[in-house]
Design a protein around this ligand. Structure first.
Ligand code: FAD
Ligand code: AMP
Length: 477
């Protein structure tokens, strides 16, 4: 078999891999990308988890279900009366599939434009910077690629629980929960992290009674406490029944119901659902990628060990995205892809890991970047904070969307913004302002001195910055 040679071979075409491949090609390298994803029709589909079963389909369903909930609960407030509201799940799913199809096809087009050689199949690394490609489940090597540099972007998969095995029609992982053919009357979700909350919200808005069982005793522990408290209140009011301190003990399907036993502070509890989603996190896809002969260091949680520049323990082999340390987020994977491509090209690029925004696309959305007030306190960093409730925003009132707040954490002496936290409608858009400001090393005063258009939700950013100095206009300081 002849070896095909490239400057770079990328393994995985998710947001880490496809972005890395495109950036390498832009920089004049010859690039091949190997990806094994197959869609429902058994056809290769680029974009990895994010485009196929993650960010994009979940946001498509969140959008549709949000509109349905507005039509059902909020339109009447606006004087818009709808007589018979009905959710057409088939149409909703078809729309979501169309969004996914168009975007995954878009990556195909970008690969062609950038002359990236795409190979469908399972990649396995061999010594000498060789990537062997086989059909999934087969050991027969169909193609052998050799490269100067290899970028591993093989992503992650849902964590499975022995106590809640996936069961057709009853127990689903996050991908399965994007494919329901009807609205379950009762739905359980194990795990109240970002994915559990988003998927729980979709089906709750469409009419399911949703219970989320979360093992930890605190809600969204990575978020600022003031924000997680506001979000918790808001979600409970919407009808999401979030039970903390609830550790799963067992599941069983009996008489067409999923029987769940969990333990909380009062002891063992039982509850029955029509369907159950397991959303307890994701694990890196580092198995089946290489053998011991490769000497690529893996940590105890199966992440490929890398330094700040995504270099593995083997020179010339990089790893990016969900398969390495750091938050499992598409934009983090993509920025690592850009950094690695540029470093291969001899540039000094880096990722600012301190400023990667986190977003949960519920309603209100929850978003943050930088340090929480609690983390600063624990580290002995003196801070002052500014808070502005959305209830005092003219635009939020006009929208009828007043839940939540914007909070800024600034250094007490230097006034530099250290953390920015939002629970609000469109928090995912608002947070970009904070990331830009913090990248530029802005102080709270810088934001306070900036003109924001009226009436906008973004004025809450301005008011929160003013509030750091106790001079907000539309609230009592
Ligand atoms: P992946 O996207 O997982 O891509 C890896 C690719 O590599 C896949 O195509 C896989 O088939 C392929 N592959 C693996 N092993 C091999 C092999 N040996 N040979 C060939 N190919 C291989 N993140 C956000 O930032 N925002 C969100 O809103 C968001 N929502 C999400 C919602 C859900 C329901 C889920 C599940 C995830 C969500 N995420 C979100 C997380 C996001 O999808 C991931 O962080 C992101 O996809 C990681 O990108 P990646 O390139 O590292 O890996
Ligand atoms: P994330 O990592 O953001 O996707 O969130 C996953 C959530 O699932 C975390 O909040 C975990 O605490 C939670 N979790 C993990 N295992 C269990 C379990 N066995 N029962 C309930 N919740 C769990």
């Amino acid at each position: 078999m002849s070896k095909k040679k490239y400057d770079v071979v990328v393994i995985g075409a998710g947001p880490g891999g496809y972005v890395a491949a495109i950036r390498c090609a832009q920089l004049g390298m010859s690039v091949a990308c190997v990806d094994e994803w197959l869609n429902h029709q058994g056809k290769p589909s680029l974009g990895g988890t994010c485009l196929n079963v993650g960010c994009i389909p979940s946001k498509a369903l969140l959008e549709t279900s949000h509109l349905y909930a507005l039509a059902g609960h909020d339109f009447a407030d606006h004087g818009i009366n709808i007589k018979s509201l009905k959710a057409d799940i088939d149409a909703m799913m078809a729309r979501k599939d169309k969004v996914v199809f168009e975007l995954t096809q878009g990556i195909d087009g970008l690969f062609k434009t950038n002359k990236i050689k795409l190979t469908h199949g399972h990649a396995r690394l061999a010594p000498g910077k060789i990537v062997n490609v086989s059909d999934r489940g087969s050991c027969d090597v169909r193609e052998e690629l050799q490269a100067e540099y290899i970028i591993v972007a093989a992503g992650s998969s849902p964590v499975r629980l022995e106590r809640a095995p996936i069961m057709d029609g009853y127990v689903f992982d996050s991908a399965g929960a994007l494919e329901f053919d009807s609205v379950p009357k009762t739905l359980g979700v194990i795990g109240a992290g970002a994915i559990g909350l988003e998927l729980g919200s979709v089906w709750s808005r469409l009419g399911s009674e949703v219970v989320l069982l979360e093992a930890m005793d605190s809600f969204l522990p990575a978020a600022d406490k003031q924000i997680s408290r506001a979000a918790f209140r808001s979600f409970q009011q919407q009808g999401l029944d979030i039970r903390l301190n609830a550790r799963l003990l067992s599941t069983a399907v009996k008489q067409r119901k999923v029987h769940v036993t969990y333990e909380d502070t009062r002891g063992a509890q039982q509850v029955k659902f029509d369907r159950l989603i397991v959303a307890v996190g994701r694990k890196p896809n580092s198995d089946l990628l290489f053998g011991d002969e490769m000497q690529i260091e893996i940590d105890e949680r199966e992440y490929i060990h890398v330094n700040d520049y995504c270099e593995t323990s083997v020179p010339g082999i990089y790893a990016i995205g969900d398969i390495v340390r750091g938050p499992m987020l598409a934009h983090k994977a993509s920025e690592e892809g850009v950094m690695v491509a540029e470093r291969i090209a001899g540039q000094k690029s880096r990722v600012n890991y301190d400023l990667i925004p986190s977003v949960i696309y519920t309603h209100p959305e929850v978003a943050w970047v930088g340090a929480t007030e609690q983390a600063c306190n624990a580290a002995g960093i003196p801070v002052k904070t500014g808070v502005f409730p959305l209830a005092a925003s003219g635009r939020a009132r006009a929208m009828g969307d007043t839940d939540g707040l914007v909070k800024i954490v600034a250094h007490e002496q230097t006034d530099r913004i250290l953390g920015f936290h939002v629970c609000a409608s469109q928090a995912s858009e608002i947070i970009a302002q904070a990331v830009i400001a913090m990248e530029m090393g802005a102080s709270a005063e810088d934001l306070a001195l900036t003109v924001f258009a009226h009436p906008t939700l973004s004025e809450s950013v301005h008011e929160a910055a003013l509030s750091v100095h106790k001079r907000a206009i539309h609230i009592k300081n």
